[in-house]
Write a protein that binds this ligand. Structure first.
Ligand code: DGL
Length: 269
């Protein structure tokens, strides 16, 4: 048993897709969430900057008595995992392998689409994860840089005309490629899943990187006997680097629970 918390970080709201699933699977665990909302988006920045930000995020979480760290940001995982694993003596989870495995298992026609930030797509991290599983898979990748700002601004409902237009434009080539499985290779994107699904059609299965990885984290902590036996357990603290209000409002809506009093603003630099 290990009663320390699970630390999770992302550039903004996206990692909440992971938090939502962890709350469901591991209700007794303490969670510490950091959303670097003052510097989102990461995906359009250089590799050096992403590595620097990721280091600061991880350092902040490491000060919070955590037993494991979940990097709930595909962008960071695509370019900065080696640095993080080298720097910390604790299990660190990334969000690329689990969705790649799930997509490879699901596809029938071997055509898998991947959408992500510019940095994630440029890194080809998903392509190598998928071709490691099977060289026969055909991987089609598209960067969707406007999706993260749309999510952070709350432009997520299925009838939001701007978000629908942007999605139609970004997803056009993936539709034409006749993929049957689409990896949402950014933890922000599940907030747009109604729109993405409407554009792609119901025959295309969407794979959510946060949810897939949360299942892996829950399974491994259980197998390694690292779950908490605190009674009562299950508290969650949220830290952000910009205004508390906007984050609290959108996060509460997404999690269907009022998190208002649990959010603190911090400085990382
Ligand atoms: N949610 C992130 C990801 O999974 C980061 C998006 C961004 O900050 O650009 O890639």
């Amino acid at each position: 048993m290990d009663n320390r918390a699970i630390g999770i970080f992302d550039s903004g709201l996206g990692g909440l897709t992971m938090v939502k699933k962890l709350l469901e699977l591991l209700p007794n665990e303490d969670l510490v969430y950091l959303g670097d909302t003052g510097r989102v988006p990461y995906g359009s920045r250089s590799v050096e900057t992403i590595i620097k930000y990721a280091g600061q995020d991880a350092e902040f979480l490491a000060l919070h008595n955590i037993k494991t760290m979940v990097v709930a940001c595909n962008t960071v995982c695509s370019v900065a995992m080696d640095e993080l694993i080298y720097a910390y003596d604790m299990p660190i989870y990334e969000v690329i392998t689990a969705p790649a495995v799930a997509a490879a298992k699901h596809t029938k026609n071997g055509k898998i689409g991947v959408i992500g930030t510019a940095a994630t797509i440029r890194s080809e991290a998903y392509k190598s994860a998928l071709t490691k599983i099977s060289e026969d898979l055909e991987v089609y990748m598209t960067a969707c840089p406007l999706f993260v700002p749309l999510v952070e601004e709350g432009f997520v409902s299925a009838d939001n005309e701007i978000a629908v237009k942007v999605a139609e434009q970004y997803l056009k080539t993936l539709k034409e490629a006749n993929i049957d499985t689409l990896i949402l290779g950014c933890t922000h994107y599940p907030l747009l899943s109604d729109i993405i699904s409407n554009v792609m059609g119901e025959t295309v299965k969407l794979i959510d990187s946060g949810t897939e990885t949360a299942q892996l984290v829950a399974r491994e902590l259980q197998q390694q006997n690292l779950l908490s036996d605190a009674n009562p357990g299950g508290g969650i603290k949220y830290f952000v680097t910009d205004s508390i209000e906007g984050f609290s409002y959108r996060a509460s809506r997404f999690l269907h629970s009022d998190i208002g009093g649990k959010v603190q603003k911090v400085t990382l630099e």
